[in-house]
Design a protein around this ligand. Sequence first.
Ligand code: GLN
Length: 313
Amino acid sequence: MNTSASRLESVVREIAEEMRARPDRGEVATYIPELARVDPGAFGLVVIDADGTVAAGGDSDVPFSIQSISKVFTLTLALGMVGDRLWRRVGREPSGSPFNSIVQLEYERGIPRNPFINAGAIAVTDLILSRHKPREALGEILRFMQVLAQDSSIVIDEAVAASEQRTGFRNGALAHYMKSFGVIENPVEYVLGVYFHHCAIAMTCRQLATAGRFLAHAGRDPTTGHSVVPPERARRINAVMLTCGHYDGSGEFAYRVGLPGKSGVGGGILAVAPGKASIAVWSPGLDAAGNSHLGRIALEALTRRLGWSIFGV
Ligand code: GLN
């Protein structure tokens, strides 16, 4: 179904207004103390279609902590560095457990189930780090985001990174546990330092939707013509986003929204409508699985109104 630019703009504005009026917002994450300071009433939504039309609603230009959404981009970078050998270090099956769970690592010899749970993303960060010094690894991740978002002003929120560095004991446990199986190559404190910092990149919905365009368009940004990954790789990253992007809420997200998507505890979600659009939504209140409560509801409304679910109208 083709959606005209004016219809897209009015649907996005409508949904942003409806979401702002809702009393149910979920709970802002507090386990990273700095994230607890975010305004729970914030809401932003940006959709960029194949022609480059940008439909924006609400707080679309307010930066927020992208947190686990960064895992899509570190996966993309690491695949570019080591190719399919990456899958020897991390699986690609849904975990059915919370994002920070440790239990499965014991049964699978320290190999995380997928690159989007914390353990998997820490293992991917380790792969990137093996090819760099810590500062260079972080610089490369940040530059990748800036290039994809076409915005060199994107920065890491140092207060968020420091806050997680002080309190990220569980991620420390995951990393040490994987290290005991030889799954992590580099010193654990370096790996965690890079991981906490890439999670603390701050972006707006507009920047994030721009950065995700290559996933919606067979690996290339249709406006710049810049090829980021081959089409097959974009398709596969989307597949992992669909099955694993919302942790143990991935089934529910596919059922209700019907798009590949990746959430973060900052309340953001990047969603991909293949061939149609890249979508970023932000609402800091989370549901029980740690995914944005209103973000998911907004995306459900969007795909229903536009007929964009990959599973049919
Ligand atoms: N930095 C966060 C953590 O490791 C990311 C988790 C998330 O966004 N789900 O706990």
